[in-house]
Design a protein around this ligand. Structure first.
Ligand code: SAM
Length: 277
């Protein structure tokens, strides 16, 4: 496995994905009843954006850095404010350690750290990561939090392993690396398992959009699975030209989205696309 998310942490796709994630978790938090968050491709949890690897691509500079330093956050959608507060809180902790200035971005929280910040005492989080070295870091990162379990396993098998959750409520994030040409097929197979075991769960699947054809095939397969309610969202930065080698477009499929989620998400996407263009 060659993929390391640190090269991409905090890029435009992470910003979009993590805002959607916050909105979904916030909806689950509206009821006192506990829920489970299952992250099938968890990464390492937190990313040092000052590291040589993150600096090599500098992708975060066109993503989180722009939102973090945006001068008019007061008029941004609520989820953006929550997201920035959450990133800032992570950086304050970090800044204490390395005594840097308040507004400098050192650390970018991945999906596990973002959800950890929103999790209540009654909720649980299951993190699955296949990369041997990454899972060690993930275990170290969350060892002190009794609500969180970390597993070294294939995320696509985690529907069979962990669903249905005993809490009866849950959000499953599938955020593969898309290095394997079978990733779209593997997602569909895993969702089939999810549908059998936990048909009412919320599933959020992130994917890159490079060519339209595989995306159309994937979306068609998705529509054949039999979930009642699937929301397809897209996010892009700048004009996409065929010669582009850098990713500029991505999507998320949200299965069983909360009530009026599309309407709530629309202004967030509009804001992000205007700010990150
Ligand atoms: N969800 C993370 C976040 O938002 O912070 C980022 C995840 S990153 C895009 C994808 C991760 O999946 C990588 O850490 C990679 O090592 C891991 N991975 C690749 N194949 C996997 C598999 N079959 N099962 C579980 N993890 C896998």
């Amino acid at each position: 496995m060659q993929y390391h998310h640190i090269y991409h942490a905090g890029n435009f796709a992470d910003v979009f994905k993590h805002c959607v994630l916050i909105m979904l978790v916030q909806t689950l938090c509206k009821k006192d009843k506990p829920f489970v968050f299952l992250d099938t491709h968890a990464g390492i949890g937190r990313y040092d954006v000052t590291s040589a690897m993150a600096q090599k691509t500098g992708e975060y500079q066109a993503g989180i850095s722009v939102v973090y330093g945006f001068p008019d956050l007061a008029n941004a959608p609520d989820v953006i404010k929550t997201y920035v507060d959450l990133v800032r809180a992570q950086n304050h902790q970090d800044a204490k350690k390395i005594a840097e200035s308040e507004n400098t971005l050192h650390c970018y929280p991945g999906s596990p750290a973002i959800v950890q910040a929103l999790l209540r005492p009654q909720d649980r989080m299951i993190l699955v990561e296949l990369h041997q070295e990454d899972v060690k870091l993930l275990k170290q990162e969350f060892a002190q939090d009794k609500r969180i379990a970390v597993h070294h396993a294939n995320g696509y098998q985690s529907m069979k392993a962990f669903l249905p959750p005993k809490q009866g409520r849950g959000l499953i994030l599938m955020d593969p690396a898309f290095e394997d040409p079978n990733d779209f097929n593997n997602i569909i197979a895993a969702l089939k398992d999810g549908l059998e075991r936990f048909p009412h769960g919320i599933y959020a699947v992130w994917y890159p959009i490079k060519d339209n054809l595989p995306i159309r095939d994937f979306q068609q397969e998705l529509s054949f699975l039999g979930f009642q309610n699937v929301l397809l969202t897209e996010f892009s930065i700048g004009k996409v030209a065929t010669a582009d080698t850098h990713l500029k477009r991505c999507g998320m499929a949200i299965i069983n989205p909360p009530w009026q989620f599309a309407e709530q998400l629309e202004p967030v996407i509009t804001w992000l696309e205007a700010v990150l263009c």
